[in-house]
Design a binder for this molecule. Sequence first.
Ligand code: PEP
Ligand code: MG
Length: 768
Amino acid sequence: MLHTLRRIVQEVNSTRDLNRVLAIIVQRVKAAIHADVCSVYLADEGAFTLLATDGLNAELVGKVRFPPGSGLVGLVAQRTDPLNLDDAQEHPRFQLFTSLNEERYHSFVGIPITHHREVLGVLVAQSESRVRFSHDIVNFLVTIAAQLAGAIINAQATRQIDESEKTENLETKSSIPKKSSIRHDNRPLLGQPGAPGIAIGRAVSIASSVILESIPDRPIDDIDNEINVFHSALDSVRKDIKSLSYQLLADGLPTEDVAVFDAYLLMLDSNTLIDSTINRIKSGNWAAGALRETILEHIKLFGEMENPYLRERVKDIRDLGQCIFNQMQGINDLPLDKLSEKAIIVAEDISATLLADIEKTNISGIVLKRGSRTSHVAILARAMGIPTVVGVNELPVMQLDGSQLVADGYSGKLYISPTETIIKEYSRLICQEEELSEEIRELNGQPATTTDGINIPLYANTGLVADITPSKHSGAEGIGLYRTEYPFMIRQRFPGEEEQSKIYREALQAFVPRPVVLRTLDIGGDKSLSYFPIEEDNPFLGWRGIRVTLDHPEIFMIQLRAMLIASEGLDNLSVLFPMISTISEVEDAIALLERAYRELLTEGYRIQMPKVGVMVEVPSLVFQIKRIASIVDFISIGTNDLIQYLMAVDRNNASVAELYESLHPAVLNAIKMVVDGSHEAGIPVSVCGEMAGDPLAALLLLGMSIDSLSISVGSLPRVKWMIRNFSHQEAKALMKQALTMKDAHVIKQLLTKELEGKGLGGLIRAGR
Ligand code: PEP
Ligand code: MG
């Protein structure tokens, strides 16, 4: 059964057309369980409609409809429970459609098809006998229905695009009314808010990398063309490798480090790689499939070798294969010619380097299938002020290319080929947003002071992009979190002391005499370095942040020295340690910082010992906060990670994003404990996670008497506006009330009402 199940799911997943998907389901399932009938009913405008059948009268497809609760199909949908009957016709809810030719079937099994708690449809099998379907068959149907939901959603979204395109064409030629589609025209796909703002524009889809193993075989007609595709990909990869190695040599990288590229070039020219791939193309497989076979064969061969050096080459071979494949697919190239102010980038996911390229162009929005509000891509998009929707599970990335979209970065809604009414409404909201932004911008030079005179310094989060300028112009009173990963991520090796110190000095200088908090290297989790791969089953619970740097004092010392050197004569540096989970880690990190400081003094640098802070990101620290606070100068709460570890919700996983709640009472209580504990120890505490940039959450932080907030520059003016409209006393009262509440939902309602009451609703939703 498992084999059959896999085969059906695979076949369905490789098909985009909804009718075809449904046809495969009913035919294959009917055959697999030896039933006489298999049908699928899908929810369509308030009723479950027969959309595919193998066994009943196919002429009634689209015509037989059961509202929820009506007929056996409606009953299954209503109860969201399988229904297995030996004689359906005896059931009080049975409704006979005579022209369906259903009279002769007695046994009936109906399985709800659900997706994120919503019933999408019902899978039904029927047989002539009066014997119930076996438990094995019911379990098989439940398993298959659970796996088919995603494919159905995907195919529905694709049909929506096709139909609206068809309608657009028809509308230009005649006044034929719009055909109804399975998905209501105005119903958006739901994702997560990534960065606030609204984007209206045409989708520009970017293909994402596929792992080698999942490249399918595909028969071809034109062998010569596929051989050309392969050769030109080889040529481009050769050119890329050569220019990269020249550049690295010019950057001063030792020749022996660049030698790996010579090895790549040799492999690229090897007869075995070229000939075996071409032979496979000649026997009828497309270039990508042929390449996969060759590379996997090489990997297997090298992986079994005795010699450890040769065994290590497996990774190089894989990397090279991936490069050639990406080249064939045009992956990782930003289609610059298609980008404009009206373009919305649509992709599975995008890398930091790609975003850095986007930074130089003008686009109106980003929509991603993966990620959530606190993934680093979303953080970066917020810093760049690009409206972004992330975690749209059902996003048909490649089919969307060229489609009209409306992306709402406040609510996470994505409208595909929206109606004129929706476009008009969102255009109106964009105008209001512009007015609001204009007003908020006027606050730039003003302090974030409450109506009863409490000043909350607002600092900027930065570092994921090369350019410090936006932070300088944001009205921030310093940098509260400089993520130092960027200079490490864009290189092919660890950057040296001088390179790092130059970059850090730029940030320190831009804000002197105001404070700049440099966080030490925080790799691992979702931030990886191509030249320092960390392979783990559970990266977020693994070798991350301080755990890596303490294990590699040689790397850590270079960074600490670089930070201190950068601060010479400026003296506005603070150093922050990430991912701390025990007190000894802080002690060890401080010991290394002090060593670096002493070394530099003896080398003649005129520097001051910086302030030292710890990020509270791991729940264990919440319960040791007083002890920690007694050995450092300040605390910075990293809510992005703290929430993920407290709630056991992966911050990047769109499927569980609804559980990732910064307003959850447990999160609020944890933060309050940290704030109170730090204050008792007499040190200041700040929040630097994305929560600080959400005006609703920031209102509660204000109520907890937080000392400062560190925010993505895109969100800074809105938080300032909120602070200037509330008194500290009001915020305290709200915080007290929130802490008595049951869940994030009601707390959010309470805060939203408060903001709307003060005419500040535009801070948290589209419009004024
Ligand atoms: C955090 O975890 O809240 C944080 C600011 O760090 P990062 O988002 O870089 O993990
Ligand atoms: Mg973190």
